[in-house]
Design a protein around this ligand. Structure first.
Ligand code: AMP
Length: 140
């Protein structure tokens, strides 16, 4: 296991050094759209506190993170009219992790529609923005 590296892309998003299509933010968590969505509405939720993996998140931050995951999941399913939901969370390269700031994937699902590949194709920005707006609207 390695130490937290603050040059990772999600740390840059948190510091405002990289753009992101944000859908929700509170004191301890931030949620934004995945740029290579495996489903329509694919959203990532991260703790603001630095943490490489699941094992590095303190109990208070973990509770806040999963409260946000539930809140955004409800909004994503409602806003996009999904039939179901998959939640994924990867740790270390062996576990499928690619970006080393801990994050939870929210994947709205529809009957009969398979997940697209992990870190597959970039989606058109306007489609991602339109799905983000549906989630933000359902959160209001
Ligand atoms: P993983 O670390 O395996 O959970 O996957 C990292 C996820 O981050 C993938 O789903 C990527 O599509 C996504 N991703 C990578 N760079 C960005 C970015 N700049 N903004 C939003 N999502 C990203």
């Amino acid at each position: 296991m390695s130490a937290y590296d603050p040059s990772n892309i999600f740390a840059k998003i948190l510091r405002g050094e990289m753009p992101a299509e944000k859908v929700y933010e509170d004191e301890k968590t931030l949620a934004f759209m995945d740029i290579m969505p495996r489903t329509d509405g694919h959203t990532l939720v991260i703790p603001k506190a630095p943490a490489r993996t699941f094992f590095d998140v303190g109990p208070d931050d973990l509770a806040a993170l999963y409260a946000s995951v539930q809140k955004i999941s409800r909004a994503a399913v409602k806003g996009l009219g999904a039939d179901g939901l998959t939640i994924q969370q990867f740790n270390e390269p062996a576990g499928g992790q690619v970006v080393f700031h801990m994050h939870v994937h929210i994947l709205p699902r529809w009957n009969g529609i398979a997940l697209r590949p992990h870190t597959g194709e970039m989606a058109p920005k306007d489609l991602v923005a339109a799905n983000a707006e549906k989630i933000r609207a359902a959160l209001r």
